[in-house]
Structure formats: C-alpha cells, structure tokens
Design a protein around this ligand. Sequence first.
Ligand code: FES
Length: 222
Amino acid sequence: MLAPYGHEAHPAGARAMDSLSYPPPLIERKQEGEMLSEHENKLLCEVGPGTPMGELLRRFWMPVLLSEELPEPDCDPVAVRILGEDLVGFRDSEGRLGVTSAYCGHRHAHLFWGRNEESGLRCTYHGWKYDTEGRCVDMPNEPADSAFKEKISIKAYPAREGGGCIWAYMGPPELMPPELPKYEWTLVPDSHILMTKRLQLSNWAHAGVRLQAAGWSTQTAG
Ligand code: FES
C-alpha cells in the first residue's frame, strides 16, 4: 500500500499520520455504558457563539430578564449571562429596552456598574456612553469636536417585552422572527401572570426537557 505523500520523508509527519485514523470518525466511539460520547455531549450542550446548538437556539427569541427587574426608565442595569454571553439589560430615559454586551468597548469595564442616565448607559471608568442599540453616543475623554465615538459600538441585541419578560433575539437579523412567541401566558393581561425566576444548575437540554414537560414549546423562525 502506498504511503501518503511525504509520509516516509518526514518522521514527524509519519507519527502524525499514524495517530490519525482515516477517514476520521465523525462521532467518537462511546465508552461502554456511556449514554453520550464526549463529542456528542459537547455537540448537544455547548451553546456559545459559533457552536451548532448555540446557533440553533439563536434563531429564537430568548427570555432574558423579568420585566420587573427593569421597573422604570433609568433604573439600575442588570447583568445576565445568556447562551454563554455576558450581557446587561437596561431601560433608558425614554423607556426603550437595551440588551447589550456587558463590556465597555474601551477597556472592557463591566457595564453593570454603569450609570443609566440621559438616554444611555455610561461606563463608570472613563465615561463612554452607549445607547440601547450599542452605539457610543458620548466620549468625554475625547475633544468635543472628535467624531471618534461614531466608530465605536458594542454588541446589542433587539429586545422586546411581553408576558412579564424581556426577550432578546441573538441570531442573524435576517432570520429574526417578526413576533414574540405566542404562548398562552404571553397573550393574557399582566394581571393574569405570575412570573418568577430561579437558578437551575443544568445544561439547556435538561432544562428544555423540563420546560417542554411543563408545556413550554418552541417557535421556529419560519
Ligand atoms: S473602560 Fe469604559 S470608558 Fe473606559
């Protein structure tokens, strides 16, 4: 049998080839008694940006905060981690919702400590200020006539309110479902809703199975 090109000429290459099975297995073999291989477990459970499941879940509106956590314009921002991303939610002076990266575009100070005032969230380190769409709208450490702030923005996701929740859409803009999911509890008056929040230390697959058992369903982007 012919060796691959260069196999004999380069011992390091030969060792590398010897350590590979060819073609490489798409799914590694499970150990005896394991329900999922490590690869399958990662495929199913990792939800950060760029992961298969992360990209799938980013096709849905995600509930990120309770409405009561942002009770009024210019209230304190709230830090939240969704699909492995650190975010802050805030309600600006006009009541607009913002769900943005938690980190300032300057030195990455956490915007949970930011001052929510005069239509934006101001970083308390050097004062850069962001609107609900993540645009930098003020930069007090630059000359007044500088346009540098126009080049700066942080990640911001579309946010809406419904059913006692604040929802964010974290996927590609062109695939954004036009409406929030129409669950029964999103369609009744606020006086008919009791919304609570709890910390459940599990991966999304376990939580999703429990939610489905409780009547939660998903709505695709169409
Ligand atoms: S770190 Fe936010 S303004 Fe400098």
